[in-house]
Design a protein around this ligand. Structure first.
Ligand code: ATP
Ligand code: MG
Length: 460
């Protein structure tokens, strides 16, 4: 199997080719390796290029003017070439894994040994960038052609060495649209409980990459089928079989609803803004997590009273467990907490609608709601209502300049405290509802509603 390079290489690829040529001209072996080879053979543009060489790290450092010794102990040097950075790694083999996560030591080796330590055959290919020809010690070319993820060597041993590889297998299968080879799949099922020993950060990162990739539905189905989901997110495994009223959810149970929404996540947006895309994807996964625990059935039908509150608790627990950043935690929780409010948006008073529309990250809230509808009954009237309002209302309609400040209220004789906040809120609501529009009208409202009577006497 051959890729049509070097002509088709992008700027980043040309730089990588230059790095390989420099190493070769100095008498060393050098190849493209790993994900970039896989992507080139699939006809895709790699996100980055990794290079392996027989040259030792100290030699690599002398051959290039700008290098960063990021992992000298592993033989990895970052080489800066043009506008790009390349990982240049000396061939290495890893001796023994003692804890299922980190090799206990590495030593320099041959090209063949280097690819033997890699996780999957499709990631274990070398490429001569001068010809585009793959150098295949592991059967990776055949697996790319068959579209299969298979471990290099015995899957049981490879997963016992590094448990994260089980999750990586699912991620590559989902993102590439490949199947997992039957023996590799069997080994993951066998060892799925070991995934609990991998760090929360690594699990979160892999899960996010599954969710924001091109095949989130396939990814979740594979996690479920392998037993990894019940280890990692039993709360989401619990969505399976939780049936819902077919008039609102013709697609099926809560699990099916969630997967349908994941499959509808707009891929382009996810590619452009992975931070927002990741938050939206996690919110899709978590938004109905409260349903299994709150499902009731009576003459009036199936209900999920309080599922939002329960869902917020479950989502918070999951995100704490997976050590999400505070910012991600807050946004995903807000998305879960507010997702049902869209149902009432057309009955809200003007002030409430405006405050709703100006919520932080409203575009994400709206996107979640839209997916919720498209992934079930398909009625978009509340979505369209919000979009219409957003078009019609100006920024000033949503956030009008204050008619009175806290300072003005103190000048009227109010003491600093909660009442001042309450009055300011009442003034803003009246303004958003169009009941008052000038400072004078604001003052009149304060006098008529807050000055006479007991409230103000206590403050004088
Ligand atoms: P992506 O396009 O997602 O970056 P990639 O193949 O480049 O895919 P990386 O995680 O960047 O994946 O890893 C680079 C290469 O290092 C892989 O292709 C694989 O050969 C090797 N590798 C990475 N992680 C492991 C691991 N846990 N066990 C064995 N080999 C690994
Ligand atoms: Mg990579």
């Amino acid at each position: 199997m051959t890729a049509t390079i070097p002509d088709s290489l992008t700027g980043m690829g040309q730089g990588a080719l230059h790095v390989v040529r420099t190493l070769r001209n100095a008498g060393h072996e050098a190849f493209f390796v790993g994900g970039c080879v896989r992507d080139l053979l699939l006809g895709e543009v790699p996100d980055d290029y990794d290079i392996v060489t027989s040259a030792h790290p100290d030699v690599v450092q002398t051959l290039f003017p700008r290098t960063y010794p990021v992992g000298v102990s592993f033989g990895v040097i970052l080489v800066s070439e043009g506008d790009f950075l390349y990982e240049v790694a000396t061939y290495r083999k890893e001796a023994e894994y003692t804890d299922g996560r980190h090799p206990s030591q590495v030593s320099f080796a041959t090209a063949k040994e280097d690819v033997y330590r890699r996780d999957f055959t499709v990631n274990g290919l070398l490429m001569d960038p001068e010809t585009g020809e793959a150098v295949d010690y592991v059967g990776g070319v055949a697996d790319i052609e068959r579209r299969v993820i298979r471990t290099v060597g015995n899957p049981e041993e490879r997963f016992a060495e590094d448990h994260l590889r089980m999750l990586r297998a699912v991620r590559f299968a989902a993102n590439l649209g490949f199947l997992i080879d039957v023996e590799t799949l069997g080994a993951i099922k066998q060892h799925s409980a070991d995934i609990a020993r991998v760090s929360a950060e690594r699990i979160r990162e892999e899960m996010t990459r599954i969710l924001i990739g091109p095949g989130p539905r396939q990814g979740m189905e594979l996690l479920q089928a392998t037993g990894l989901l019940s280890q990692l997110l039993p709360e989401i495994e619990a969505l399976r079989g939780v049936s819902q009223p077919p008039q609102f959810h013709p697609e099926g149970d809560v699990w099916e609803h969630t997967l349908t929404m994941l499959a509808l996540l707009p891929l382009e947006e996810r590619r452009h803004d992975t931070e927002a895309g990741g938050r939206l994807a996690w919110a899709v996964l978590l938004h109905d997590a409260g349903k299994p625990a709150t499902r009731t059935e009576s003459e009036t039908g199936v209900h999920f009273y309080g599922h939002v509150q329960k869902g917020v608790e479950i989502a918070a627990a999951i995100m704490r467990r997976l050590k999400f950043s505070k910012a991600d935690f807050d946004v995903v929780l807000a998305l879960t907490e507010n997702h049902m409010r869209f149902m009432h948006v057309q009955d809200m008073r003007s002030n409430t609608v405006k405050k709703f529309l100006r919520m932080p990250d409203f575009d994400l809230h709206l996107a979640l709601h839209r997916l919720d509808c498209l992934g079930s009954h398909g009625h978009l009237d509340n979505d369209l209502f919000c979009r219409g309002k957003l078009k019609e209302l100006t920024t000033e309609d949503l956030r009008p300049p204050r008619l009175m400040t806290g300072h003005d209220l103190l000048a009227l004789g109010f003491q600093p405290g909660p009442l001042v906040r309450e009055i300011l809120n009442a003034l803003e609501d009246a303004q958003l509802n169009g009941e008052i529009a000038t400072a004078q009208e604001a003052q009149q409202l304060v006098i008529s509603r807050f000055l006479p009577g007991s409230a103000v006497n206590g403050h004088e």
